[in-house]
Ligand binder design. Structure first.
Ligand code: ATP
Length: 280
C-alpha cells in the first residue's frame, strides 16, 4: 500500500480531548482515533494555529518525514488531515515528555533503566543513520515516554535528509547551542557525526535528571569552552563506562566520534552489565 493511502484519515474518526501541551505551531491535544478495522487508538493531535499556506507547508514537513519512518523507538505517525483545520495525528505517549518524567521519577529510576532509555534512543538514531537522515535536535525535550520501560524519539521538526558525504547547512536562528557540536556552532554544519555529539548531551541530560547542559554558561560562551577542551562533567548517577562513551561522542574531530551502530553495541553491553549488578 502506498504511504499517502496509509496516512489519509478522516476527521470524523477522531474525537479530540484535552490539551497536552503547546507545540511550536499550536496546541497539542489528546484524542481517540477509530481505525478502519474498528480499533480505538489513543492519539496526540497536533494543530496549526495560524496556518497560512506557507506555515502549513512547514507544519506538514515534519509529518512528511515521519511517514517514511517505522521504528519501535520513534513516535509513529497515524495520519494527516490536510484541509483546515490542519491536523497531524500521532500515537499518544501516555507519560509525556521525558524531561518532566525524569524530574518526577528521579528517586525511583535505576541506572539500568536510564541506560535502557539511552539504548532505545540510540537504536532509533542508528535507524536514522541508516536512512541518511540527520535529526539535529536530539534532547530530552524531544523524547517521549510510552511506558516506564519504553521511550521514543518524538520530534522531527528540524530533521532533514542528507546525501552521503553531504550535510545540511542550517539557516534558522532557533538553534539549541548548548546541545550542538563545535562544527555545528561554528559553521552550521550538521551531519550524523554532529547528531552523535548531541546524543551524548542527551545522555548527559538523562543521567542529570534533565538539568540543562552548561546551565552555568551563556550560549555565547559555550563554543569558547568547547574549543578549550572543556566538556560536560560526569553526572553523579552516570556509570564511568557510560561517561567514557560520552567523552568519545564529544571528540572535537567529527570523524573520531563513534557511529550510532557502534554505540548501540556498546550501550547494549553496558545495559546488560547494569541489569546484572541490579540483580545481585
Ligand atoms: P517544539 O518545536 O517547541 O518542540 P513542537 O511543535 O515540536 O514544539 P511538541 O514539542 O512535539 O511540539 O509537542 C508539544 C507538547 O505536546 C509536548 O511537550 C508534549 O507534552 C505533547 N506531545 C506532543 N506529542 C505527543 C505525543 N505523541 N504523545 C504525548 N504527548 C505529546
Amino acid at each position: 500500500e502506498n504511504s499517502s493511502e496509509k496516512h489519509s484519515i478522516s476527521r470524523d474518526d477522531i474525537v479530540v480531548g484535552r490539551i497536552l501541551g503547546e507545540g511550536f505551531f499550536g496546541e497539542v491535544h489528546d484524542g481517540v482515533y477509530k481505525s478502519p478495522s474498528g480499533e480505538r487508538i489513543h492519539v496526540a493531535v497536533k494543530t496549526c494555529k495560524e496556518c497560512s499556506a506557507e506555515v502549513k507547508e512547514k507544519f506538514l514537513s515534519e509529518a512528511d518525514l515521519m511517514k517514511n519512518l517505522d521504528h519501535p523507538h520513534i513516535v509513529s505517525l497515524i495520519g494527516v488531515i490536510g484541509v483546515a483545520p490542519v491536523w497531524i495525528v500521532m500515537e499518544l505517549l501516555e507519560h509525556g515528555e521525558l524531561g518532566s518524567y525524569l524530574v518526577e521519577e528521579q528517586y525511583t529510576l535505576t541506572t539500568a533503566t536510564l541506560t535502557l532509555y539511552c539504548l532505545q534512543i540510540c537504536k532509533a538514531l542508528a535507524y536514522l543513520e541508516g536512512l541518511n537522515m540527520v535529526h539535529r535536535d536530539i534532547a530530552v525535550r524531544n523524547v517521549l515516554v510510552a511506558s516506564p520501560d519504553c521511550v521514543k524519539l518524538g520530534d522531527f521538526g528540524l530533521s532533514r535528509y542528507i546525501d552521503e558525504q553531504e550535510y545540511y547547512k542550517a539557516s534558522v536562528s532557533r538553534l539549541p547551542i548548548k546541545w550542538m557540536a563545535p562544527e555545528s556552532i561554528n559553521f552550521r554544519r550538521f551531519t550524523t557525526a554532529s547528531d552523535v555529539w548531541m546524543f551524548g548531551v542527551c545522555v548527559w541530560e538523562m543521567f542529570s535528571m534533565a538539568q540543562q547542559p552548561f546551565f552555568w554558561l551563556e550560549n555565547g560562551q559555550v563554543i569558547n569552552q568547547l574549543e578549550l577542551g572543556v566538556r560536560l562533567p560526569k553526572p553523579q548517577q552516570c556509570p564511568p563506562h557510560v561517561y567514557s562513551l560520552l567523552s568519545r561522542c564529544w571528540s572535537y574531530e567529527p570523524n573520531s566520534r563513534p557511529t550510532f551502530s557502534q554505540l548501540v553495541c556498546l550501550l547494549s553491553d553496558l545495559h546488560s552489565m547494569e541489569l546484572e549488578q541490579d540483580g545481585r
